[in-house]
Every structure is written in structure tokens, then in C-alpha cells.
Design a protein around this ligand. Sequence first.
Ligand SMILES: NC(=O)c1ccc[n+]([C@@H]2O[C@H](COP(=O)([O-])OP(=O)(O)OC[C@H]3O[C@@H](n4cnc5c(N)ncnc54)[C@H](O)[C@@H]3O)[C@@H](O)[C@H]2O)c1
Length: 256
Amino acid sequence: MDLQLEGKIIVVTGGAKGIGDGIVKVLAGEGALPVIIGRNKEDNLKALDEISHKGNHVVAELTNPDECKKAIDAVLNMYGRIDGLVNNAGVNDGVNLENGDYDRFMASLHKNLVHYYLMAHWALPSLIQSKGAIVNISSKTAETGQGGTSAYAAANGGRNALTREWAVELLKYGVRVNAVIVAESYTPLYEKWIQTLPDPDEALKRITDKIPLGQRMTTTEEIGSTVAFLLSEKSSHTTGQLIHVDGGYVHLDRAL
Ligand SMILES: NC(=O)c1ccc[n+]([C@@H]2O[C@H](COP(=O)([O-])OP(=O)(O)OC[C@H]3O[C@@H](n4cnc5c(N)ncnc54)[C@H](O)[C@@H]3O)[C@@H](O)[C@H]2O)c1
């Protein structure tokens, strides 16, 4: 299937590493021009190197609202258009109910949710012009809970709600909005998290053994392929959907 993404300008937040990097690689493979928005110039350039610079990058710290606008302005200065936005940057930062506090809770919402809104807000005029699409990356924690991560779970609930909300608001423009929900994907963020557990190797085995399809983690390329499809015209009648690319983790029988 030709996704017809050739030459499309797709903004990918957090595109230098992990899931974002997987998305960027798939998009570049389809001939699109991904624009990585990330906080670390070296990381951005390394990821761009790996796709032979068929795309671009903007250095931005997305917890800073001004930098969200500047990032979109920079993309428009480079290309004059935006065909797709992938909101992906975030971190599972473990702000829990018992020992968390107001400042850490609010800071986590800025790390995980507020920039999703701001990036879509500033990119919207261009997306309306191009009849583009938005894909929000989200986490199973909104639906299953995880324990010990109130703010991150709340942010993911917000990501899912905004997906439906924007799908409705943008019907009149033909701009489609979908979410890809991830459960377990081994990325630099995941590795950092698993290393905080008492026995990381045992924990990793315990978790992967419970993933129904193949008892393995979802690869970042598998997530990238679904994102590319949702950005493309081949999914032209799909909007407001929360698509679980998780090997059946959230919905299949627990007795498996
Ligand atoms: N890894 C998983 O199993 C998993 C599961 C569910 C959801 N997710 C979601 O996927 C997304 C990506 O996760 P990942 O595991 O690939 O993370 P990662 O840390 O491996 O990669 C994220 C990239 O985004 C950048 N980034 C993060 N916050 C940023 C900010 N505020 N400003 C600029 N750059 C920023 C990081 O520097 C990094 O390059 C997150 O939003 C997370 O909620 C991941």
C-alpha cells in the first residue's frame, strides 16, 4: 500500500529517541519529511543522521509554552506548511498520590499534556490549510492505572480526551485526530524506569511474559507504522479513535 506521504511535512515531538525516533524512521522510509522537535541538539542531529537528513529538527524545551510556538514558527519558516503533527514527547515521572505535591503534579502535566494542546493549537491554521492529521501518542496507564504515577496517568487521560474532543471540533475542516495507545515498548525512557525497580531483570521478564501477542514488547517501528497509516490518506475515514498498538495487553483475556 502506498501511503502517499512523499514530501509531507510531519512534526514529531520527542522524535530523537524511543517511540518518536521509531515514528521518524518509518515516516522517512515512506518519503515524508519528519521534523523532530526535541530539547537536545546532539540527540536531534544523531536521529537525523540515521535518516540521512531527509527531514529537519528544531531544538525546543516543550515544557516552556513560548518554545512550543517558536517551534511551530520555525517549522513554518523552513517549509511554509505542516501536513501532520505527532504529539509524542513525555515522561512517566512517578508523581504519586501519597507523597506527591502540587508543584510536581503541575510540572508533570506540563511535561506530558500541556504541550500536546499548545503544539496542536499553533499548528492548527496550517493543518486546516493542508487538511492534515494529528496523532497523539498515549499510554495504557490512563485506562489500567499503574500505581504511583497520578500525574502521568491523568495526563494520558487528558491525551485520550483531547483526541476525541479535537476530532469533533475539527470535523468541519476535515482534519482527523487519532491516538495510538502504547503499553510496553523498550525505549530509553522505559529502561530508565525499569532500572528504578528493585530487580530490573526479573521485573522485565515478569512484564514481557504477560504481553499476550508473542510475550514481547512492542517495537518502536510497529508503533511508527500505525502512526504513518493514521497520518496518511489511506485512513481517510478514521477519526477520534484510540488505537491500541500493544500486543493485546489492555483488552485481551487476563487468563491467557
Ligand atoms: N515506552 C513505553 O513503553 C511507553 C508506553 C506508553 C506511552 N509512552 C509514551 O510515549 C512517549 C515517548 O516515550 P519514550 O518511551 O519514547 O520516551 P524517551 O524518553 O525514550 O524519548 C522521548 C524523547 O522526547 C524528548 N522529550 C521528552 N520531553 C520533552 C520536552 N518536554 N521537550 C523536548 N523534548 C522532550 C526526550 O529528550 C527524548 O528524546 C511518551 O509521551 C510516553 O508517555 C511510552
